[in-house]
Design a protein around this ligand. Structure first.
Ligand code: FAD
Length: 469
């Protein structure tokens, strides 16, 4: 047959896991081939984190216009409108800028980027289909970073025009009048709130008894409250049984908590009920790599699979499907490949939900800490007692610290409220550095900032917050 190109490492998949791994491998002097069948940046950059946050931002700015009057800002009557095609153009420019940035970084670090679809042929060879051609690469080590795709039960197969997946909904050229969202997890709630702010009548259909069922309920409740204020209809305990497209409408048949069948008709419906790893058609059997019963690739803390010279990172591995976890694993795998003593040993992966209000956290919740046998002190501080929060008209929410009574170590930090996504960086650093609650309380926080909610929550845990009784 054909002569294989030899390389130290092949990385399959150019998402936040794969490209970070490839760049670090290049920095460490390895020859590396990065194979991507679509666009560099993966789901996150092209149809996940970045475009969704661009929509949430635009919708948030638009929605805020209605509340500007009380700040003394007067807008000409009836002037504000939202132009979706213009937003699409702006979004594309953001995505392209980032994607070409990744291409540039790969090139600058000597990474060979190959556009094509890769399959393992054996445990040291990989085949790549590149638009008609077939190339083979012989590798010493490999990293699987093929990511995930939406989970779609057969009866909810999107037609991509009316019944949509998360990619389609971010590509809409028009704001729908009505949108039903099947699945009230974080993607469903983020998208639902964004469209509600743009004027869409949104209905959330969630099988569990509450929205954001993966998130602690005292945090998700704040989002539920706000969803109602935005006019979103939330139907919990509700199963979607069938979906049919007819006459430009989606007709959904629902089973309500009282076992009553109900039909709703909507302009568009978004299916967002989970994700599945892309591990089926990539030749893992030929390579001998073990996959669990759900299709995920189990790995050790160095990201090694059952075949020691093949690694797996990101959404294909069990654990939270988050871009920053993928990148961290990618860097660890690259370092381990070059013999460095690296590992993913920190349990402190922060999570962020970009709803309104935002939710973010790191470490244990109260329930998790108690289950693990800790005696905990839990203290919180409300946004409404924070000067900055009031001065930017963001008084909903609170910060919470979970503290081990014995050692005073911080076990968890959670925040729901404006800019929670940025506030949690401090939490991740505190937990990573094994901070005690006193460390947080002793740290001088700038005034007036939202970050003071951490200082005050820590003080509250110690029994002496200044700004609450
Ligand atoms: P991916 O990003 O999925 O990339 C895998 C890449 O591999 C893809 O580009 C794919 O084309 C390529 N590939 C697959 N098979 C092959 C093959 N055989 N050959 C060649 N290439 C192949 N995470 C966050 O942390 N924060 C957020 O705010 C956030 N928001 C999200 C919003 C939405 C709507 C969605 C869908 C996801 C969001 N995520 C978010 C999750 C985040 O996108 C993923 O966790 C992240 O992209 C996983 O990175 P990865 O490198 O594992 O894989």
């Amino acid at each position: 047959g054909e002569v294989a190109v030899e390389t130290d490492v092949v990385v399959i998949g150019g998402g936040p896991g794969g490209y970070a791994a490839a760049i670090r491998l290049g920095q460490l002097g390895q020859s590396v081939v990065l194979i991507e069948k679509e666009e560099l940046g993966g789901v996150c950059l092209n149809r996940g984190c970045i475009p969704s946050k661009a929509l949430i931002h635009a919708a948030g700015e638009y929605h805020k216009l209605a509340g500007l009057g009380k700040l003394g800002i007067q807008l000409p009557e009836g002037e504000a409108s939202f132009h979706m095609p213009k937003w699409q153009t702006w979004k594309a420019s953001v995505v392209n800028q980032l994607s070409s940035g990744v291409a540039h970084l790969c090139q600058a670090n000597g990474v060979t980027v190959v556009k094509g679809s890769a399959t393992f042929l054996s445990n040291d060879r990989i085949g790549v289909e590149t638009g008609g051609d077939f190339e083979t690469y012989k590798f010493r080590q490999a990293i699987v970073a093929t990511g995930s795709r939406p989970y779609i039960p057969p009866f909810l197969t999107p037609d991509h025009q009316y019944l949509l997946d998360s990619t389609d909904v971010l590509n809409l050229q028009e704001i729908p009048n009505t949108l039903a969202i099947i699945g009230g997890g974080y993607i469903g709630m983020e998208m639902g709130m964004a469209f509600a702010k743009l004027g869409t009548k949104v209905t959330i259909l969630e099988a569990a008894d509450r929205i954001l069922p993966q998130t602690a309920s005292h945090l998700s409740q704040e989002v539920w409250k706000q969803a109602k204020k935005l006019g979103i209809t939330v139907k919990t305990g509700t199963r979607v049984e069938t979906a049919n497209v007819a006459n430009g409408q989606v007709v959904l048949e629902l089973l309500t908590p009282s076992n009553v069948r109900e039909q709703i008709s909507t302009d568009k419906a978004l299916v967002t009920i989970g994700r599945v790893p892309n591990t089926k058609d990539i030749g893992l059997t030929q390579a001998g790599v073990m996959v669990d019963e759900r299709g995920y690739i189990p790995v050790d803390p160095t990201c090694r699979t059952s075949i020691p010279h093949i690694y797996a990172i990101g959404d294909v591995t069990p654990g939270p499907a988050l871009a920053h976890r993928a990148s961290k694993q990618g860097i660890v795998a690259a370092e381990v490949i070059t013999g460095m003593p690296s590992s993913v040993d920190s349990p402190y992966v922060p999570y962020v939900i970009f709803t309104e209000p935002q939710i973010a956290g790191v470490g244990l919740t109260r329930e998790e800490a108690e289950q693990q046998g800790y005696q905990v002190t839990v203290a919180s501080f409300p946004y409404r007692a924070n000067g900055k929060a009031l001065s930017i008209d963001e008084k909903e929410g609170f910060a919470e610290v979970i503290v081990d009574e014995k050692s005073h170590l911080l076990l968890g930090m959670h925040v729901v409220g404006a800019d929670a996504s940025n506030l949690i960086g401090e939490g991740a650093l505190a937990l990573e550095m094994a901070a005690r609650v006193e460390d947080l309380a002793l740290t001088v926080h700038p005034h007036p900032t939202l970050s003071e909610v951490w200082l005050e929550a820590a003080e509250a845990a110690l029994g002496h917050a200044i700004h609450i009784v």
